[in-house]
Structures are given as C-alpha cells and as structure tokens.
Design a binder for this molecule. Structure first.
Ligand SMILES: Nc1ncnc2c1ncn2[C@@H]1O[C@H](COP(=O)(O)OP(=O)(O)OP(=O)(O)O)[C@@H](O)[C@H]1O
Ligand SMILES: [Mg+2]
Length: 265
C-alpha cells in the first residue's frame, strides 16, 4: 500500500460548547479526488482549517505524505505542499489578477526578507520565474487576457478560477477547495470540473473538495466522505455513498440523481 497523501485520525475540534469535529478519521490516496460533503454546519470548513493549520485541533492527528503536521502553523503547512481556496472569495481586490497570483508564488520563493528588500539578482530571477509561471497558469486556465484586470471586473465564476489559479501557483501536492462551484453558472461549473480533472492529470495533484453540488461531486470523486454534526457517517465511492441510508436521511434525501454502478474492472 502506498502512503496516503492525507490521513486524518480521530480528529476532534471543540469550540466553547460545540463539538465541530467528533472523532473524524479518513485517508486520501495520492493523486485522488476526494470530496467532503454534508449539511450546513457539519464541520467541513472546520476540517479544512484543522488540516491547513488555521485551527489547532483539540486532539487527533493530521498526516501529510506520512509526516505528522498536526498543529503546525498555516505558513509551515503551505510549505509542505498543501494549498487551499476559501469558501468566501479571498482575493485582494486592490491587486490585479497577476499580483494576486504572485502572492501565491511568493510563498514558494526561497530568498529571505533582507534579500527581498535589497532586490538582489536572486530575487529578481525568482520574480521573473514567478511571472512566467503565473502567465502559464493563466494560459492553462484559458484566461491569459485577465492578468492586468482587477478581480472585481471579472464574473464571480472567473474570480473563483483566479483563486484556484493562486492555489496552483503554490505548486502544492494537495489542494483543498472549499465550495469551488458555489455561485457558478452551469457552464462555469462544467469548466471548473474539467479544469480540476486536467490539473490532477497534468500536475499529479490530489484534491480534497467541499461542495454542495451533488451531481458534480458524484461525477468527479474517487471517494466521498460524509459528515453530519461533526461525525463521519459514511465514506466510499459515489455509488456506495448515495445508497447509504444514513446519508440519504441526513443529507441527500430521496430525490438526488442516481449514479450508475461502475462497470466491473
Ligand atoms: N471559530 C469558531 N468558533 C466557534 N464555532 C465555530 C468556529 N468555526 C466553526 N464553528 C462551528 O462549528 C460548526 C461547523 O462549522 P463549519 O463552518 O465547519 O461547517 P460547514 O460544514 O463548513 O458548513 P457550510 O456547509 O455551511 O459551509 C458550526 O456549528 C460552526 O458554528
Ligand atoms: Mg463551510
């Protein structure tokens, strides 16, 4: 068995009086698309925050590529190779799309603060490489003409893609997307779906996705983890999860679109 890219073990997160995550365990295969679903308030974003170092879990363990990263600060987690997007857009409104992407690249740079202040040749070389890389990502996303515009001038779907692009700039091995399709039109959703699949293939990235659009999730996920009131109530393939009585009762209801059983390998 290969080492999982992410392994969450017995994760517990308590806020005053609220148990947001209650003994949650699951693992993610390297190169996979895993989705985290469940009703509002189930603990999905809290789990993202525990994995990315924005919250320190009350107890339990988070391992990335077999390395224990539990409780590490967010900037250290991102240096390990984990990037994320936020449920509410977190772009810098006053910066161009290019500069928003360069903020993502900056975390990759190895030059120290002093070198940065002095703009040594090494710093300038890093900047040139980052700009080239940002142009490449924008090209890849089919939006090369947006480099110099402000995010606010773009559609909401496009802005979500810029956030996605910024996560890609970090050359992460694992990308966490918190509701990447929320507020998107049907065509923007299918573009985003196609993009995630293309990136996974081309850059060998793994994705952990929180999303309420069930047909999209059923379509792209290798594995689905279902949370309800902070507890994991099911995990497995789309086929398995959508047939699970507890998942139907807590979240899916009976009118969700059925997914065909995959053909035997
Ligand atoms: N910093 C915090 N302080 C106190 N309670 C919190 C905090 N963060 C999250 N919670 C609580 O933890 C629970 C889980 O919230 P969370 O945001 O993780 O849900 P979610 O599954 O992402 O929901 P949604 O689908 O609405 O985004 C909620 O009851 C929420 O109020
Ligand atoms: Mg959330």
């Amino acid at each position: 068995m290969t080492t999982p890219v992410l392994e969450v073990s017995s994760l517990l997160m308590r806020f005053q009086g609220i148990t947001a995550l209650d003994n949650v365990s699951f693992s993610m295969e390297s190169g996979s698309i895993t989705s985290l679903i469940g009703p509002n308030g189930a603990g999905k974003t809290t789990l993202f925050n525990c994995v990315t170092g924005m919250y320190t879990p009350t107890s339990g363990k988070v391992a990335f590529d077999g390395v224990d990263i539990t409780g590490e600060a967010a900037h250290l987690v991102s240096r390990h190779g984990i990037a994320r997007t936020f449920q509410n857009l977190a772009l810098f409104g006053g910066l161009t799309v290019m500069d928003n992407l360069l903020v993502g690249a900056y975390r990759q740079g190895s030059s120290g603060l002093l070198q940065g202040a002095l703009r040594t040749p090494k710093v300038r070389a890093e900047e040139r490489a980052a700009i080239a890389s940002a142009n490449e990502v924008l090209e890849f996303l089919g939006m090369p003409d947006t480099a110099n515009v402000l995010p606010g001038e773009l559609s909401y779907g496009r802005q979500k893609q810029v956030e996605f692009a910024r996560a890609l700039m970090q050359k992460a091995r694992l990308v966490l997307l918190d509701e990447p399709m929320a507020g998107m039109s049907a065509s923007e959703k299918s573009a985003m779906t196609e993009l995630i699949q293309r990136v996974r293939k081309q850059y060998a990235m793994s994705f952990l996705i929180v999303e309420h659009d069930i047909p999209v999730i059923m379509d792209i996920s290798d594995k689905i983890v279902v949370l309800d009131f902070g507890r994991k109530i099911a995990d497995g393939t789309a086929h398995r999860v959508q047939a699970d009585e507890a998942v139907i009762a807590a979240y899916l209801g009976t009118d969700h679109t059925a997914v065909a059983e995959p053909a035997p390998a």
